[in-house]
Ligand binder design. Structure first.
Ligand code: CA
Length: 228
């Protein structure tokens, strides 16, 4: 069963989300507080995607995201943000979320986002070559892990997919649209900005000096280029 965690304190929004996810074939686990969400995740380690509201009684959605990511880089995380909280999107992504949906959202938009993330995190990935070695990086496509100088770098599934795309195309300028299409899928409704935020987070993880990147180079007005 495809399990999704829905953390939302407002009961009417939560049931709207739950009804639509069930209709799309998901099993939903509900939580009304961040603490409850973390408990549910421990009880249900097979949850593949979590939807996290931000404004909550008790710990907020960012803190929940941070705590999940401290021990789990595999789960897909979507933040539920309010339209007025533009900065929340960036903050959420910087704390380790993969995506965000802005309230109010349509059922189609919500399920498209969950589907896209579920496809990436749900396994069903078969690769032929096991390793791509581009010193100082070594990408293991079987375990979906990345090492730099022999040290494991923890990546989210989205970050992994971006690095894989880069390592498959060394030295090639990739447009932000290319990256969005490949990583998020062509049916993705989101904005290009999500690419930039993920790149910013990846630079912090991969670069010796994130302010002077040498691996992920900006191609001004176009996108990014992997240089090793
Ligand atoms: Ca709320």
């Amino acid at each position: 069963m495809k399990k999704v965690l829905v953390l939302e304190d407002e009961a009417n929004i939560r049931s709207f989300v739950v009804i639509n996810l069930k209709r799309a074939g998901y099993e939903t686990i509900e939580a009304g507080t961040g603490e409850e969400a973390l408990e549910q995740l421990q009880r249900n380690p097979d949850i593949k995607v979590a939807l996290l509201d931000i404004m909550l009684p008790g710990i907020d959605g960012f803190e929940v995201c941070r705590r999940i990511r401290a021990s789990n880089s595999q789960i897909g995380i979507i933040m539920l943000t309010a339209r007025t909280q533009e900065m929340d999107k960036v903050t959420g992504l910087m704390t380790g979320a993969d995506d965000y949906v802005t309230k109010p959202f349509s059922p189609a938009e919500l399920t498209a986002r969950v589907d896209a993330l579920y496809r990436r995190t749900g396994g069903a990935v078969t690769e032929n070559a096991d390793e791509i070695s581009q010193p100082p990086f070594l990408l293991n496509t079987r375990n979906r892990t990345l090492e730099k100088n022999g040290q494991r770098i923890k990546l989210t599934q989205v970050e992994y997919a971006i690095v894989k795309l880069f390592m498959d195309n060394p030295g090639k300028a990739l447009s932000r649209e290319d990256i969005l299409d490949t990583v998020w899928g062509r049916d993705y409704f989101g904005e290009l900005k999500i690419v930039d935020v993920n790149i910013r987070r990846l630079r912090i993880k991969l670069e010796d000096d994130p302010t002077n990147p040498v691996y992920i180079n900006t191609v001004w007005g176009y996108g990014y280029k992997w240089g090793v």
